[in-house]
Structure formats: C-alpha cells, structure tokens
Design a protein around this ligand. Structure first.
Ligand code: GDP
Ligand code: MN
Length: 344
C-alpha cells in the first residue's frame, strides 16, 4: 500500500497529491465527518465498515472536524483502525456559534418553546451543528483542495461491497449530488423554510438555472413536500456549495434566523439547494449502497445488487418511501415555472 498523500502528522491538507492505487489515481476527494470525542467507538465502527466495503482498496483520506480539540486518545484510536491518511481539524470560531442575525434572548425562548415539540427541539448545539453543516463545512481549510466529499457519521452501517469508486462515478457521469435515503422532514422543524426560500428565489432570479428538479420539493400547488436527501450520507461535487447561488441562498436563510428560531436541518437545506440549482440528471440515487443510520435503512433488492449486501429486506425504507417514489416520477421544470411556484 503506497500513498503519496501527506502522511500522518503533517498538516498539509489533502487534495494536491496523486496516489497510485489498484484502480489508478484518486480524485481530489475525501470522507468527511463532524464528530465529537464522545463518539469515538461509533466513528471507529463506521470507518471499519467504509474501509471493508470500499476504501481499503482506494485509500481516500478521512477528515474529521470538531468544535473542540480532539483528544490524543481519539486521534490514536481512529488512526489505529485505518491505513488511510486521517486529518483532524478544529472549526474556526466564526463557523460555530450563534448567527449574528439572531438574538440570544429570542433563541432561548425558541428552545424553550420547542423543547418538547420535536427531537432536539431544545438543543442549542444541534442547531449550531446544522448551521455549520449547511453553511460552513465546505469552507473548512482541510477541504479547500477537494472537488468531492462523502459525508459519513458515527454509528452508521454500510451493508454492501462497493466494487467501484463512487467519486469517479460522480465525475464520469457529471453528477453533482448523490444520496441513499430520502425521508420526509418533520414539518414543525422547518415551518418557514419554504416561505423563506421562495423569497430568495424571487429576489434572485438571476441565480436560478434554466431548469431544475425543484418539483421534487415543491408540488404543483406550491406546497413543500418535505422531501429531502438524508445528508448524513451525501456524496457531493463541492462546487455546488461553493457556488454564488448557494452562498447567497445560505446567507438569506441565515439572516431569516430559522437555524435557531426553528430547527432547520442541513438535510432540508442541502436538498432545497440541490433541487433548485440542479437538473435531475445531476442527482443520483446510489441504490446499490445499502446503508443504515438510526431511524431508516436502505437494503437493495435488485438481484445484481443484493448479492453484494448483507441486510434484511424487511428493514428497507426506500422501496416504500413517498419521496423516493416522487424522485423517480417527477421531472425538471423551467425557470418561469419555478418562479411561478415561488409566487403562488
Ligand atoms: P442526527 O443524525 O440528526 O440525529 O444528529 P447527530 O447527533 O448524528 O449529529 C450529526 C453529526 O454531527 C454527527 O456526525 C455528529 O457526530 C456531529 N455532531 C452533532 N453535534 C455535534 C457537536 O456538538 N459537536 C461536534 N463536534 N459534532 C457534533
Ligand atoms: Mn446522525
């Protein structure tokens, strides 16, 4: 196993090197997670599975980010579970905290009001996490040289061998966004997200593409379908999040305060952006990547896929998911139709 990625202990961020692997060169890509010291065992479990199913044969770097310092034990125990290069980074202060557009008093009142209304309703750190993953993760210095990232999390399961490089699959097929599971969001956490989004659209028509997959998230009657890609798994061409349109969209959302006053998740935010800014052909369901995150699982049932997986078909969510059905049925709409929906 040879790699010209910067070795452990060096601070140079990944992305500049070329590694010779059995499958040729690596792309400028990495597996990335925001994670806490307390999640060490769950993270090691995830890394072990990602390595066994895929990355052992490629050696893409792992990047772990934290709002606090990682402990020596965390770093040692993570490094011990994989041969791939691992980078540990701390978040810049400006990326983790109260948005400048909200007031502490009103946030406190919102947490109190929402604490029993939905999961994490009273959690301040959860909201900072969602805001970070929405607006800042792609700006972290360790990600600056990457073209693609694959988000992972502690305590998830990868059910299937992945005998190819999903990053290269993304590149070769001009894909911008890849997902495995599409649930519906809890409405109470995103009460004003669509309304805020539609104002951004109407104020910034010049940032909208000629056509997009918007209909997946907003139906014929201009109602939010609550469909989203579950972003605890996402493989993304980072130029999506680095685009002028995304930056403008995120800032608009941040100014509206919903990351704190409500509990807007990075999943619905990323999904709105992908649906509004991309065409359907740029978005890919990795149906062959069986996956579980507490709450939902996807267990592939196609004959050519399931022989590579170990999971129980009964655990699958995707073959009965409303948003999955909608994903296959809905097509792109043109900009004038998008603006009409925003206007309704
Ligand atoms: P859920 O998937 O929505 O239930 O939320 P999680 O608790 O799994 O959090 C999502 C991701 O953010 C996971 O990778 C967590 O490890 C990470 N995360 C959540 N809160 C914090 C936090 O306060 N600090 C750090 N460093 N990571 C966090
Ligand atoms: Mn999670």
């Amino acid at each position: 196993y040879h790699s010209s990625w910067p070795q452990d202990g060096q601070s140079m961020p990944p992305g500049g090197g070329n590694s010779t692997q059995e499958d040729g060169q690596l792309l400028r890509a990495a597996l990335v997670a925001l994670v806490r010291n307390s999640e060490l065992e769950g993270l090691r479990s995830t890394i072990r599975q990602v390595d066994d199913r895929f990355n052992r044969r490629y050696g893409y770097p792992y990047i772990f980010l934290n709002d606090e310092e990682f402990t020596d034990e965390f770093i040692d125990q993570v490094r011990a579970v994989t041969k791939a290069p691992v980078y540990f980074g701390k978040l810049p202060k400006e990326h983790w905290g109260l948005s400048p557009y909200v007031t502490e008093e009103k946030v406190k009142a919102a947490l109190e009001y929402n604490k029993d209304r939905y999961l994490y309703g009273g959690s301040f750190s959860y909201r900072m996490m969602c805001r970070f993953q929405s607006g800042f993760i792609h700006k972290h210095p360790l990600l600056q040289n990457l073209d693609y990232y694959w988000r992972i999390e502690p305590d998830v399961n990868y059910f299937c061998d992945i005998p190819y490089d999903p990053f290269k699959y993304m590149r070769d097929n001009n894909l911008m966004y890849g997902f495995t599971i599409t649930p519906m969001e809890a409405r109470k956490t995103v009460e004003t997200l669509w309304n805020t989004t539609r104002h951004w659209m109407l104020e910034n028509p010049h940032l909208l593409p000629e056509k997009s997959f918007m209909h997946w998230v907003v139906n014929e009657k201009a109602k939010y379908t609550l469909c989203h890609f579950w972003s605890n798994f996402e493989i993304v061409n980072l130029s999506l999040y680095r685009s002028e349109a995304y930056e403008s969209y995120f800032n608009h959302l941040d100014r509206a305060g919903g990351f704190f006053y409500e509990r807007w998740g990075d999943a619905p935010v990323h999904s709105f952006a992908a649906a509004l800014l991309l065409r359907k052909e740029q978005i890919h369901w990795f149906e062959d990547i069986g996956y579980h995150h507490p709450g939902y699982a996807h267990c592939p049932n196609k004959p050519e896929m399931k022989s590579r997986c170990v999971c129980s078909p009964g655990s699958d969510f995707m073959y009965r998911s409303m948003c999955s059905r909608r994903f296959s049925e809905v097509g792109d709409i043109y900009k004038d139709q998008m603006l009409e929906l925003a206007h309704m």
